[in-house]
Write a protein that binds this ligand. Structure first.
Ligand SMILES: [Zn+2]
Length: 75
């Protein structure tokens, strides 16, 4: 994979962590506009969600984000 910022080849694969209360340890991408509930928390129930894979460029530190893997919906 090539860095879209500087052209370096050989990006390091990783992920974006979410360590907030009740989080699963990784950040997710939701296929929807953001809607907030009564206390300002994003509504995510029932939305299509995808794992975020993050590739870091060792040359310029740019992150390339991909959401290729669909996650199962849990109710
Ligand atoms: Zn780069």
């Amino acid at each position: 994979m090539r860095c879209t910022q500087c052209g370096q080849v050989g990006l390091e694969q990783g992920f974006v962590s979410d360590s907030g209360s009740g989080a699963r340890g990784y950040a997710r991408w939701f296929g929807s506009l953001l809607e907030r509930g009564v206390i300002g928390i994003a509504r995510t129930r029932g939305l299509p969600q995808w794992q975020i894979d993050a590739f870091r460029c060792p040359n310029c530190a740019h992150l390339e984000l991909f959401a290729a893997q669909r996650l199962n919906l849990r109710r």
